[in-house]
Design a protein around this ligand. Structure first.
Ligand code: SAM
Ligand code: SF4
Length: 330
């Protein structure tokens, strides 16, 4: 079987697929209050197209898929799409990233389908602050989802974007959740763009600063051995049930072992979060490309994967990264 390998010898086995650019929340760091300019429905890949793209990629060695967005659960029939994906036996893992506001009632369905893990985004444990961040008052719904997930057999990770002057005072509270809860809390460096140009960030809270804050609170934290391709560096407070990690999303110290590609909701193929889309899959498919032609495009395009996010950014036609993560598929 032909595989996807880039010119730096990295094997590509992980697809992040944005199923929509729409969202029911308006997180400050992700989009402006009025939302992003969403594309027309016909511009979005159909489920059938997404299924086909994933199947072809899975025949080239991709065995892990993350479904993200926008908010995946706002797209009609997303549950049925998930179910059809679950029949692809080449996929070892199907994972979902969600804000959790709409899904507490679907958890048992996700379990039955064999979904591997859910990354739940939650940036504050305080209802008022949650509202200030997301501009929507759905904290109770998200907490309900958190509890349902804890009681399920799905692997649970909490995504917490660390925002200067907003939730840095909650870092320890989030780690304290891991004392009794079987959860992995991951602190994400904020990227200073939300679809409306560069955002001013008061004080940079990068990997080093987040870890320093944690180390100054606990007398010891254990460093954990993670998979080579993990996006987070992971730790544990001794004797706590759960773990925590830090994702250096913006400082980009994780590129060496990158095994990921992305496809946006409009079918743009991205070799890197920081490139501006290197191939238009939607047009190619809609012009009648065969599976073999599609395979060849994937093989050739992946070859060109830039060595790291800085090179990807420098190669952009549109120089500044300004897109919302909901367009990119965070
Ligand atoms: N709506 C879903 C959610 O929020 O989980 C999935 C899509 S969202 C774009 C995926 C992840 O990207 C979330 O964990 C979110 O917090 C993160 N994200 C969005 N904008 C970001 C930014 N500017 N910097 C860092 N992370 C960001
Ligand atoms: Fe929506 Fe997720 Fe972006 Fe928040 S981070 S606005 S929930 S897509």
């Amino acid at each position: 079987m032909k595989k996807l390998i880039d010119k730096h010898g990295r094997k590509i086995t992980y697809l992040r697929l944005a199923v929509t650019d729409r969202c029911n929340l308006r997180c400050q760091y992700c989009m402006p209050a009025h939302g992003i300019d969403i594309v027309k429905r016909q511009e979005l890949l159909t489920y059938k197209e997404m299924y086909r793209i994933t199947r072809v990629l899975s025949e080239l060695g991709v065995d892990k898929v993350r479904l993200t967005g926008g908010e995946p659960f706002v797209r009609k029939d997303f549950i049925h799409f998930l179910e059809s994906m679950s029949f692809n036996k080449n996929l070892k893992e199907i994972n979902i990233t969600t804000n959790g506001a709409l899904i507490s009632k679907h958890i048992d369905q996700l379990e039955k389908m064999g979904i591997h893990s859910v990354n739940l985004s939650l940036d504050s444990l305080d209802r008022k602050k949650f509202f200030d961040i997301t501009r929507r008052d759905v904290f109770p719904e998200v907490i309900e989802t958190y509890k349902e997930l804890l009681n399920s057999n799905l692997k649970l990770k909490l995504n917490v974007v660390i925002q200067s002057g907003v939730n840095t005072d909650e870092i320890i509270d989030f780690i304290e959740l891991t004392k009794n809860d079987h959860v992995s809390v991951r602190f994400i460096e904020e990227m200073p763009f939300n679809g409306k140009g560069l955002r001013e960030v008061k004080e940079v809270w990068n990997y080093t600063k987040i870890l320093a804050k944690i180390n100054s609170h606990y007398s010891s934290v254990e460093s954990l051995i993670s998979e080579k391709t993990s996006t987070s560096k992971n730790f544990k407070v001794p004797n706590y049930r759960g773990t925590f990690g830090i994702i250096p999303a913006f400082t980009r110290t994780i590129c060496t072992d990158c095994n990921r590609i992305r496809i946006t909701a409009t079918g743009l193929f991205k070799n890197c979060l920081f490139d501006d889309g290197v191939f238009n899959l939607k047009d190619f498919i809609r012009k009648g490309a065969s599976d073999d032609e599609l395979k060849q495009v994937f093989i050739d395009t992946v070859q060109q994967k830039p060595v790291n996010g800085f090179v990807a950014e420098a190669n952009r036609k549109n120089k500044n990264v300004s897109e919302s993560m909901s367009t990119i598929g965070g």
